[in-house]
Design a binder for this molecule. Structure first.
Ligand code: HEC
Length: 106
């Protein structure tokens, strides 16, 4: 009986973990699609008309590749060049999730 309870607990913990990582990923995707995609493109390749007009760099560019996650979160919070600052519009957590999703596109 004890064994059964323990394995049930482990199963429950596993499910909870899977659900939370999945939710974080989809929250990042939703934020990216709503707030970033029009300028960075569905694949992060800056292939939208707005991106071309603003000369947004694609994810595959060497300049983007050398940025760390922390660099990206900072630029998104404070804004960079023509990119508006997202501080106050999104929480640091939302920005981090969106950046994680953005980085996962390459
Ligand atoms: C209005 C258009 C626009 C929107 C919306 C936008 N960006 Fe940008 N983004 C830009 C432009 C333009 C640049 C290039 C800035 C430069 O280097 O001058 C840029 C650059 C970046 C960079 C590189 C910064 C660096 O340090 O070089 C990251 C990372 C980034 N954006 C992430 C995001 C994320 C995440 C979002 C959504 C929360 C977002 N952007 C929304 C236009 C936009």
């Amino acid at each position: 009986m004890k064994m059964l309870v323990r394995s049930m607990l482990m199963l429950a913990a596993g499910v909870a973990f899977a659900a939370s990582t999945c939710a974080a990923q989809s929250a990042g995707a939703a934020t990216y699609k709503a707030k970033c995609q029009m300028c960075h493109g569905a694949k992060g390749e800056a292939d939208t008309p707005t991106a071309k007009m603003m000369k947004v760099l694609p994810l595959s560019s060497p300049e983007m590749k050398k940025l760390s996650e922390a660099d990206m979160v900072k630029s998104t919070e404070n804004g960079k060049g023509k990119m508006p600052a997202f501080k106050g519009k999104l929480t640091t957590e939302q920005i981090t999730e969106a950046v994680k999703y953005f980085r996962s596109l390459k």
